[in-house]
Design a protein around this ligand. Sequence first.
Ligand SMILES: Nc1ncnc2c1ncn2[C@@H]1O[C@H](COP(=O)(O)OP(=O)(O)OP(=O)(O)O)[C@@H](O)[C@H]1O
Length: 334
Amino acid sequence: MSIDVSGVNKRYGEFVALQDINLTLPTGQLTALLGPSGGGKTTLLRIIAGLETADSGSVVIEGVEATRLPVQKRNVGFVFQHYAAFKHLSVARNVAFGLEIRKKPKDEIRAKVDELLRLVHLDAFADRLPSQLSGGQRQRMALARALAIEPSVLLLDEPFGALDAKVRKELRDWLRRLHDEVHVTTVFVTHDQEEALEVADEIVVVNEGRVEQVGSPDQLYDAPANEFVMGFLGEVTVLGGVRLRPHDVEMTTAPVPGALEGRVVRALRVGFEVRVTVDVAGQDAPVTVVMTRTHARSLGLEPGTAVWLAPAEGATAVASATPAARPAPEAVAG
Ligand SMILES: Nc1ncnc2c1ncn2[C@@H]1O[C@H](COP(=O)(O)OP(=O)(O)OP(=O)(O)O)[C@@H](O)[C@H]1O
């Protein structure tokens, strides 16, 4: 059982928002839809939810043909970036809402709400109003509310997008742990590659209405299908027409057969790493090399030092179609 999306196409007038999307998202998995702004992630999520209809193709949720099912009949829970809570209702009543409209028995609702508030660590805040919560607490309440109806699928559209970096990071660790406890099939949209790499079991890279690659975080990072995926998932530098990760460039201060000679422009300490910029003859853009501070110190790098660069053994590399001329896509767009 799973979510099966087959041959989905969606246009807005002449604009192609999604083009022949085929995906199988296994039951219980936490999947990230990752890609730059405007790539079609939200449109795809809304089609799975039933908030939007595809022009063609089908959506099957847990074996049920859902393509034409209205949203209320799909048994999905949602959380959006800006969660609209009922301002005049307490946290507990907000969480209870979906159960109340389904006319569940009162004691069943109370037990369920208690359980969910404990799960999202808001049990001490049950009687507060949403305005008395922090942004992160409000998103946790939104998740509890979405989970209350025991959805077979949980859909999250940039659920932590509006929060500051520290809270985002906390919530992303927390979401991972929550998912490990609850195991509900979850699809979340993000344009933040770090968020996707840290949280998801599997990542679907969506760009310009198409799926670029589907794989585990390691597969995508270590074996990107193309230049786009490589650039979107991490920093890229070009050495002799090959796209590499900056920490996959080996640097020596003596000639090595096959290595390209260059000159250090600058060596910048960033936290526990050193980023070295190197001009290589015949290359427009400089090469960026990242190494540990100990290694940089042992090489004694100064501006002007002659160095030799080569891809490290086993480096992730993609041949560059447009060497050095085109900058790598923004790692974090949006
Ligand atoms: N109702 C609509 N009418 C016309 N165009 C739309 C509509 N909804 C979305 N689009 C367009 O479809 C494209 C995909 O939008 P979508 O929201 O799916 O992208 P996204 O990948 O989720 O981006 P973001 O991260 O910015 O939310 C965009 O170019 C957008 O402008």
